[in-house]
Design a protein around this ligand. Structure first.
Ligand code: BT5
Length: 276
């Protein structure tokens, strides 16, 4: 039988410094692995075993990283891949997508304030720099009725690697922090900033609701105010991306009226003259 993966020894691991520095809630314990199939997958198993809120699992590389709808998340060495176990008491199951949007605001804030980049958010879960995807978020929830039992918030950031690490189609659509900054970044420090921001925005969401987050999301969301085509599971819809609804849906104004899109992929977005 395959042996369970063994985390790295915490002593002298610079990532463990974050534990002492920044967080009270979302990071109480950190398991750092050299390699895992997927940090989300590993953490979901821990959630199912009853692990408390505040466990973070980090891996230097993933062999089967996943995105939404089980799409692959390419995870070579040099990226930052981690998942956070949360048990929010004040967020209902139907509002779980708000956690993705909130995490997006936190990641974008760090890229801007710590690294001087100009990130934007593509609804619902992409973080872009110069219109290319530098990071993605995957929130997976387990629910009991209308309540959240636990969620795993997985964040993948293309950091210290060049585009040569990516398969061809991604070389066009993706970017990395190294490509944007033309230098290597201090990863444990980036992680530490991220945890601080993620905790700040998560507490805000839990205490004040999405109304305290949405102006910040709207301000950097490049999807809003554009004419978009969205791929739903089996159809494509087109319309004007008007707003973000209180549950994190995209409010789409179509010829036939307004529709709330709860999840989907924006496959094209065109600027409207005279609009935002
Ligand atoms: C996402 O899905 O963007 C969510 C990515 C979450 C990854 C983290 S890493 C830590 C944790 N553990 C995991 O196993 N996952 C989470 P989605 O919106 O479905 O985007 C997936 C699509 O992005 C793929 O179909 C590719 O087209 C593209 N893609 C894959 N790898 C990429 C990368 N490294 N950078 C940019 N784009 C990528």
């Amino acid at each position: 039988m395959a042996q369970p993966p063994i985390p790295l020894e915490p002593r002298n691991d610079p990532y463990q410094q974050t534990l002492r520095n920044t967080s009270q809630i979302i990071l109480k314990r950190l398991l750092h692995f050299e390699s895992l199939p997927s940090t989300n997958f590993y953490l979901k198993q821990q959630g199912a075993l009853g692990e408390r809120e505040g466990l973070i699992v980090l891996a230097d590389t993933q062999t089967a990283g996943i995105g939404r709808l089980n799409r692959p998340w390419h995870s070579p060495l040099g990226g930052l891949y981690f998942s956070i176990l949360l048990r929010p008491m004040t967020i209902k199951a139907a509002e779980a997508p708000l956690i993705t949007l909130t995490a997006g605001v936190a990641v974008a804030n760090v890229l801007q304030s710590a690294l001087g980049l100009k990130p934007s958010l593509k609804w619902p879960n992409d973080i872009l720099v110069a219109n290319k995807k530098v990071a993605g978020i995957l929130t997976e929830g387990t629910f009991i009725g209308n309540d959240i039992e636990y969620v795993t918030v997985g964040i993948g950031i293309n950091a210290n690697m060049t585009l040569n690490e990516f398969p061809e189609p991604l070389q066009v659509t993706a970017t990395t922090l190294q490509e944007c900054l033309q230098r290597l970044i201090d990863m444990p420090r980036l992680f530490s900033y991220l945890i601080g921001q993620l905790e700040f925005w998560y507490i805000r969401l839990c205490d004040q609701g999405f109304k305290a987050i949405s102006p910040h999301y709207r301000r950097i969301c490049m999807t809003l105010g554009k004419q978009v085509a969205i791929e739903l599971e089996d159809v494509q819809v087109k319309g004007l991306a008007k707003d973000i609804g209180p549950d994190g849906s995209l409010v789409l104004e179509m010829a036939s009226g307004r529709q709330l899109i709860r999840s989907g992929d924006v496959i094209s977005a065109t600027h409207i003259e005279g609009d935002k």
